[in-house]
Design a protein around this ligand. Sequence first.
Ligand SMILES: [Zn+2]
Length: 396
Amino acid sequence: MPVNSQQTDRGPLQGQAPPEDTERRSERLLGPETTWQRRLPQPAVPERETRAVPSRTWPEHGSDFRRSHVVFDNAHHGEWLDTVVAQSVTGAAATQPSHIVRCVPCQLIHAWPLPDEAALTQYYQTTFYQRSHPDYVARYERDREWWIMTHQTILMAALPHVPVIQEWEGGGHRHLPSLLEIGSGPGIALDVAKAMGCRTFGLELDATLAASTRARGHSIREESWQTFHVTHGHPVFDLVYVYEVLEHQVNPEALLLACWDFLRVGGVLVVEVPNDYNPLQLAACARHGLSPWWLAPPEHLTYFTPETLRLLMRRCGFDLVVYRSTYPMEQFLLAEPPVLYVGNDLLGRICHEQRMATELAQWKAGQWSAVDTAYTEQLQHEGSGRELVAIATKRP
Ligand SMILES: [Zn+2]
């Protein structure tokens, strides 16, 4: 159940006219006297020296508490960060307050109260794609080339660490690496993995998406990772792929521990999650008086920072081999003049198209390794970038 990288850059709302030409639409939105190429910031990764980045890292793990400490129950207490209104996953009540806490026992920032796991599973079976995000798959298909590039660049970095690949290079026995994707959604990552020589397996709760992905030659089971873990919690996979799924979990630690069980010794885990409460988001909130727009319970329940994801992977038995972030989307909010895409789906879409066009151009020009290095450095130096990409090996 991957979600779009930006909560706010969802495509045109359902029922609106078909999408018009990107440049024409941008001119209409941003004014006739200029084009969006001139108005929008151009560099893929802004120069750190020229961008004002706040030095504070609040509320990163290990920083000082700034707001009151609240005790929700025996398992969850910590610094209260925000409260937002969330839809109920059960339908019993239309909405309820959701508190965001930097939880001491969990060492994570997460929503409270947490929904019931069975109700959440049913939500992804019946509601997420069908009713909450009916245009979701169409948007994936429209951006398919960029998604292929995104998954291919991640798998190119991950596959060399897979034991079976190393056996090949040593002239040993050859068999195709097996990849399990948890929450395979539209299945584009599986398509890419298959094209790169993997045997592909997926878990997907939505029956329609499972059927369409299965029809393209992948082995898909319509069940939760929890039930699959009960019946198949054996070390048989070479690579497990968890793309924009971990932040949806009631218990992300339990999912990573299940991944440890699914992987062969030395197997590779790929995790991608949004990078939330990041310095550019906090700077944009301070500059424009925005409330934290990235909070999206009950769909996003954990809000990962570079440190909390790193610690979680380490205590679940994984050693990081690649850790980078992605395109710093929030640069649009901090540009001169700013492009205020928060709450504006069309502007969000335009910024997302700019990101895709920039990255695809760099990829096609053979410059991805430089982009990869820049995304690694920006994560190390300032913790920015819209998403976190972690590639780790299973510790024996
Ligand atoms: Zn907690």
